[in-house]
Every structure is written in C-alpha cells, then in structure tokens.
Design a protein around this ligand. Structure first.
Ligand code: NAD
Ligand code: UD1
Length: 340
C-alpha cells in the first residue's frame, strides 16, 4: 500500500514507519519537525535499508496537503502528527486545539477532496478519564477528560465518528494507546523528549544515564498494591505492529472502529523503577513526592477486542521494554542530537 504517515518522524510514527517498510509498504512521511529531529530520517534509512520519502510541512497547511495528494495516490493515512504534553496543553489550550483538532480537520478535508478515505488516528486512553473499573473496555464512557490535550483527542474521535456517519466511504481506525514506552531493539530509534521529560520512563532513563539526579515518585497512597500509580506500559514496536493490523482491518471493515492498544497488565511506578534497575544494572535513587494533579490511580486495557478483531496482542514484557530503553539511552545519551 501507498501510505502517508503524518508525524512519522516522531517517537511512535518512526517505529511504525519501520514496520510498514519491512512489510513492503511504500511510505511518505509528512512532518514539520516541531517535536522531532531530522536525524531520525538517517536512522530510519539505517534501520530500513532505504530512505523514506519526506514532505516537510504542517498538517494544517491545506495547500501543501492538496499538492501532496495530487502528486501521488495514497491508499491510506496514518495520522500521528499532534502535540502531546498535558501540562503545556493547560497553559496553551489554543495551540493544542489548533494543532490537534484543526490539523485533523484540515487533513480529513484534503483526504476527502483527493478521494482517500482510509485513516488511522492516534488517540489515547486518556479519553476514558478516571474509569470506574479495570480493565478498560472500548465501550466504556469517554469524554470526562481533565485537560485540553485529552479533550482534543476526544474531540477528534467525535469528529471522526460524525464524518464516518456522513459518508459510507470512510474507513477509520481510532487507536487508544495506553502507555507507549521502549525503543527500537537496534538502539537507533527511541524517545527523545525536549527538555526535562514529563513521563515516567524517559525520566527514569535520564536518571540512569546521569542526566538527572533523582526520580520523583508522584504519590504512594493510591489504592494500588504498593500505593504508587499503575499503568499499562506497552512496547512501541508492539504498538507500531498494532497499526499495521488496524490498517488491514479497516480495509475489510468500513465505518469507525475503536481499538485499545495496550498489554492488558498494570505495573506500578516502583515496578518500573525496579525493572529499569535490572536492565541498567544501576541502583536508581527515588523519593516520594506529592501526587501529580489529574493523575488517576490505575489504568489498564481490556485487550480482547484487539485480539479478536485485529489478531493482535502485545508480545514484549516490561523487562524487554526497559532493556530496549536502556540500550537507546546508553548509546544516545543526548538523544538524536548527539550526532555530529
Ligand atoms: P511525537 O511528538 O514524538 O511525534 C509527533 C510528531 O508529529 C513529531 O514528529 C512532530 O514534529 C509532528 N507534528 C506535530 N504537529 C505537527 C503538525 N502540525 N504538522 C506536521 N507534523 C507535526 O509524539 P508521539 O509520542 O510519537 O505521539 C504520536 C501521536 O500519538 C500523537 O498524536 C500523540 O498525541 C499520540 N499519543 C501518544 C502517546 C505517548 O505516550 N507517546 C500516548 C497516547 C497518544
Ligand atoms: C501521561 C498523560 C496522558 C498521556 C500519556 C502519554 C498526564 C497527567 N497524563 O499519562 O494524558 O496520554 O502520558 O504517555 O500527564 N510518574 C511519577 N514520576 C514522574 C512521572 C510520572 O511517579 O516523574 C508516575 C505518574 O504519576 C503515573 C505513572 O508514573 O502514575 C506514569 O506517568 P506518565 O508516564 O506521565 O504517564 P501517564 O500519566 O499515564
């Protein structure tokens, strides 16, 4: 298939590009590099054994999209491009609605004009808010989100449902990611957050490599087995493969389809720290601090729907995720910008 991947230079997009190329698809990345490095493209070439076509630009640029769709016939679009920092979204809500909601609307308009109706959208388990019970099924209520980032993902989901209801040609897969972590096993691709990481695993990795001093554990009084927050961490390569399965599924099943992409297992903050200590062979200092506002106690996925409908489930366990993060972090202590 000929696939356009928006945000394909980012963390999840780049790993998905690798899987697409390895499965024989023809890939074009569209990215404005606002949260990624152009060096990802060299690394992708190393991993894939070929260079991937790139359009440098913004998904909100309707004229650019029109040119891109006129230049070649895409069979499908994987839409990763967007902003993802929860705290930043509270400070700059308009930037988040503009990029995430506006960008998705502009993209769908350009797709419809060009007669391209297959879309995979990166959503998030954050749309479930504080779910009443675990594991979280796709049919659980959504929309009780507490920040503009989460609301932007939920809004796009609703827009896509309206769109599919308006025209039977649309075939849309909404993928609700749980907690993507890990790195490519080659050590060439990984997560490279700008500034101090907001998320647990990149923070732990930077403590292990000596860039940061001490992990802050956000609360140890949650009603969980060791009192710290529990999440469903999923290896980014597993997640990437889920996209290929979803792409195959929407070819058979038009309309809107929603799938959770998680492992279906919850791990605590302390589980993650211990797994990273095993992976790196280093003791990792941590201290317990106040809970982070807006955090839920626990969150993990029901995985049956993805298994039955996609034939997909995650393979890699927490130790493998942490080993791959450590390999990436150790060989690229300053991320992609380490290279001359
Ligand atoms: P990322 O920031 O690494 O990748 C996003 C990519 O999109 C970057 O390369 C960035 O430069 C590009 N981009 C952003 N806005 C753009 C625009 N307007 N036009 C063109 N390119 C643009 O993020 P990621 O972790 O790879 O996440 C990918 C998608 O998955 C995002 O939509 C994110 O909200 C969603 N998601 C991520 C997580 C996570 O934990 N990483 C969890 C749930 C959902
Ligand atoms: C966060 C976002 C969520 C987004 C997801 C993407 C918030 C509130 N939520 O999810 O919307 O979809 O990232 O991956 O930002 N923790 C620490 N110390 C840290 C960092 C985190 O103890 O330095 C804890 C958190 O309290 C949580 C767990 O580690 O229990 C995971 O946190 P994180 O990696 O930030 O992911 P989420 O909060 O699940």
């Amino acid at each position: 298939m000929n696939v356009l991947v928006t945000g394909g230079a980012g963390f999840i997009g780049s790993h998905t590009v690798v899987e697409l190329v390895q499965e024989g698809h023809c890939v074009t990345i569209l990215d404005n590099f606002c949260n990624s490095s152009r060096r990802v493209l060299d690394r992708l070439a190393q991993v894939c054994g070929e260079r991937v076509d790139v359009i440098e630009g913004d998904v909100r640029d309707a004229a650019l999209l029109r040119r891109a769709f006129a230049a070649q016939q895409f069979d499908a679009v994987l839409h990763f491009a967007g902003l993802k920092a929860v705290g930043e979204s509270v400070e700059q809500p308009l930037a988040y609605y503009d990029n995430n909601v506006g960008g998705s609307v502009t993209l769908c308009q350009a797709m419809a004009e060009a007669g391209v109706f297959r879309l995979i959208f990166s959503s998030s388990a954050t749309v479930y808010g504080d779910a009443e019970r675990m594991p979280i099924e796709e049919s659980f209520p959504t929309g009780r989100v507490t920040n503009p980032y989460g609301r932007s993902k939920w809004m796009v989901e609703e827009i896509l449902k309206d769109l599919a209801a308006s025209d039977p040609r649309w075939a849309i897969g909404i993928l609700r990611y749980f907690n993507p972590v890990g790195a490519h096993p080659s050590g060439l691709l990984g997560e490279d957050p700008r500034g101090i990481p907001n998320n647990l695993v990149p923070y732990v990795a930077q403590v292990a490599v000596g860039k940061l001093d001490c992990i802050s554990v956000y609360g140890d009084c949650y009603p969980t087995r060791d009192g710290t927050g529990v999440r469903d961490y999923i290896h980014v390569v597993d997640l990437a493969r889920g996209h290929l399965k979803a792409l195959a599924a929407i070819m058979r099943k038009p309309g809107v389809n929603v799938w959770n992409l998680g492992r279906g297992e919850g791990y605590s903050v302390l589980d993650v720290i211990r797994a990273f200590e095993r992976a790196s062979g280093r003791p990792l200092p941590y201290r317990v601090v106040e809970p982070r506002p807006g955090d839920v106690a626990e969150c993990w996925a029901a995985t049956e729907k993805a298994w039955h409908e996609l034939g997909w489930r995650a393979e890699y366990d927490l130790d493998t995720m942490m080993r791959d993060v450590w390999r990436w972090q150790e060989s690229n202590p300053r991320g992609y910008d380490d290279q001359p």
